[in-house]
Design a protein around this ligand. Structure first.
Ligand SMILES: [Zn+2]
Ligand SMILES: [Zn+2]
Length: 550
């Protein structure tokens, strides 16, 4: 059986999800649903990233415990994903004890394997705040592009940084220049894994998008450095070694291991032997995320996995995407110009959201989100195209033939076309060409509508009942098969159509309707959208309510 480990990036539990997260994560659910439909063994996991400096900084400012913030957003994310019909086998959180416990065990294992060492050296210190400041707590000028950057990464040019590379370093909390003081930390020997990392890229690059290949190669070319595994924090996963009580594990190391802690949790539920699943050479390891997360999945994670045990499968399918801008402007929490998932869900049906963000997915270049495009696509593709094809057939049967479905032979040219369509669309889905899969399916919907128009069943109904039955049977056959092919992207409406026409098994491949069914009524699947009836207020995404009794 084909095996798929599908790992959706873990959103950071410090602000609401927005269209950028959605575009980056949605392909994971489409792939998971498609591979399940084709009979594959799928483990699809994600969770909320709850630790790290930004949450602690904010908690200090608000006078609340960091867990208060993380819990708030982690439960908001869970609800968002449920409302969007994400089919995670486990949606975890890095706050969970099971995650923390397993990460500590993994760290001990990596230490025993000789890839973690202690180093005492000058660390950035803020005399004013009287504390060590981590990379995320420092800002300065990026040496590559000259823009303001944080100590771990420049969000402008995407260069991975360490604080010593920044110019004019200051403490983000108080704005004063930082000094240095001796401090000890644990380091991960990233440099030991260059050959494996290069080989993994070379072996699998043909599945990756150019940005993923380029960012990964650039990172190696700039020279790998050992990375500090620990941070001066009191919020996070404990460091399982003596003398590190005041430190926690760096979020990026523990969050990427979340795929494995959540994977183990999911596999227990599904009765899968996780340890052999992740070591099976046939298992395809999909990692789904935005471009700012690429190197954590193509460099840091594979190095960590190799340091645990060289038989664990490395990330071989990188599904990265570019950014979503809003009317050609970069969205950000600080600008307050986010379109949040909450506001999408208040205005739109989940299938419409899913269809649009796959069809307009920034697979290879940044996309500019415009409400107008979403309305146009909904009205043209879903209402005018697909919804109309279903509706005109079913309503006519109810109106003229009491909803009795015809029992007739199906046009053999259409059978051939449907079989070919499964081949084409199936190949596009499995190659992660999801936009192209939807474009192909929309062309097929247009073909179906043309077949209807040219066959004129409303004329045949009066003059040639056998002819009418044949055309209608063929159209119903088209409906159930198109719905079956749309299922990974639009699970809710597709299931509704399939069940209405008596299809119970949604396996990938030709299906047919049940002609013993009598249709009573059909509800409209998609409704026309009008711009003035939608309310997409731009937001900062901050939904946190600070308790009075803080
Ligand atoms: Zn830069
Ligand atoms: Zn300071």
């Amino acid at each position: 059986m084909n095996k798929f480990f599908i790992c959706g990036a873990w959103p950071y539990a410090n602000n609401s999800l927005h269209v950028g997260h959605l575009a980056a994560l949605l392909p994971g659910d489409v792939l998971a649903r498609f591979f399940r439909q084709t009979g594959g063994e799928v483990l699809y996991v994600s969770g909320s990233d709850c630790h790290g400096t930004p949450i602690t900084l904010r908690a200090n400012k608000l006078g609340v415990d960091p867990s208060y913030i993380a819990n708030h957003y982690a439960s908001e994310f869970e609800k968002n994903f449920r409302d969007l019909d994400f089919s995670y086998d486990c949606y975890s959180a890095t706050m969970r004890d099971s995650h923390k416990k397993e990460v500590e065990e993994i760290l001990k294992k990596i230490y025993d394997n000789g890839f973690i060492y202690e180093k005492c050296e000058d660390a950035d210190y803020c005399e004013n705040c009287q504390k060590f400041v981590s990379d995320r707590e420092i800002s300065g000028i990026c040496p590559i592009c000259g823009k303001v950057a944080t100590g771990d990464q420049c969000d402008n040019c995407l260069t991975a940084l360490t604080p010593d590379m920044l110019l004019n370093k200051v403490c983000k909390t108080c704005g004063k220049p930082t000094t240095t003081k001796k401090d000890k930390h644990l380091y991960f020997k990233l440099t030991a894994f260059q050959p494996e990392l290069e080989k993994n890229i070379d072996d699998n690059a043909h599945y990756w998008r150019n940005t993923a290949i380029n960012e990964s190669r650039k990172y190696i070319k700039e020279g790998l450095r050992d990375r500090a595994l620990t941070r001066n924090l009191n919020w996070g996963v404990n460091v399982p070694f003596e003398g590190y009580d005041d430190k926690r594990i760096y979020v990026w190391f523990e969050a990427v291991l979340g795929y494995f802690t959540a994977g183990r949790e999911a596999s227990k539920k599904l009765g899968i032997d996780f340890d052999s699943f992740i070591r099976d050479k046939e298992t395809q390891m999909f990692y789904v995320h935005g471009k700012d997360n690429i190197v954590f999945h193509t460099i840091i994670l594979p190095a960590l996995l190799s340091s645990i045990d060289k038989t664990i499968g490395l990330p071989n399918r990188i599904v990265s995407c570019e950014y979503v801008n809003l009317n050609n402007e970069k969205m950000s929490k600080s600008k307050g110009n986010l379109i949040t998932v909450n506001s999408l869900l208040q205005n739109l049906d989940s299938d419409v959201i899913r269809y649009f963000f796959i069809l307009f997915n920034p697979e290879r270049k940044d996309a500019s989100f415009q409400i107008k495009d979403l309305i146009d696509i909904n009205n043209k593709h879903l209402v005018g195209g697909w919804g109309n094809f279903i509706n005109r057939n079913l309503s006519f049967l109810i109106k003229k033939f009491s909803g009795i479905l015809p029992n007739a032979e199906i046009d053999e040219n259409i059978v051939k076309a449907v079989r070919e369509e499964y081949q084409k669309v199936g190949k596009l889905y499995s190659d992660n060409e999801l936009r192209a899969a939807l474009e192909e399916l929309y062309t097929f919907v247009q073909f179906a509508n043309r077949y209807y128009d040219e066959s004129k069943p409303w004329v045949l109904a009066k003059e040639d009942k056998d002819g009418f039955d044949k055309v209608t049977a063929t159209c119903l056959y088209l409906i159930v098969n198109i719905a079956n092919m749309y299922l990974p992207v639009m699970p809710k409406s597709s299931k509704k159509v399939l069940e209405l026409l008596g299809v119970k098994d949604f396996t990938w491949g030709e299906v047919n309707y049940d002609n013993s069914i009598i249709l009573k009524e059909v509800s409209v699947l998609f409704t026309k959208l009008e711009e003035d009836k939608l309310d997409f207020t731009l937001a900062s995404g901050d939904t946190l309510v600070v308790p009075d009794n803080k």
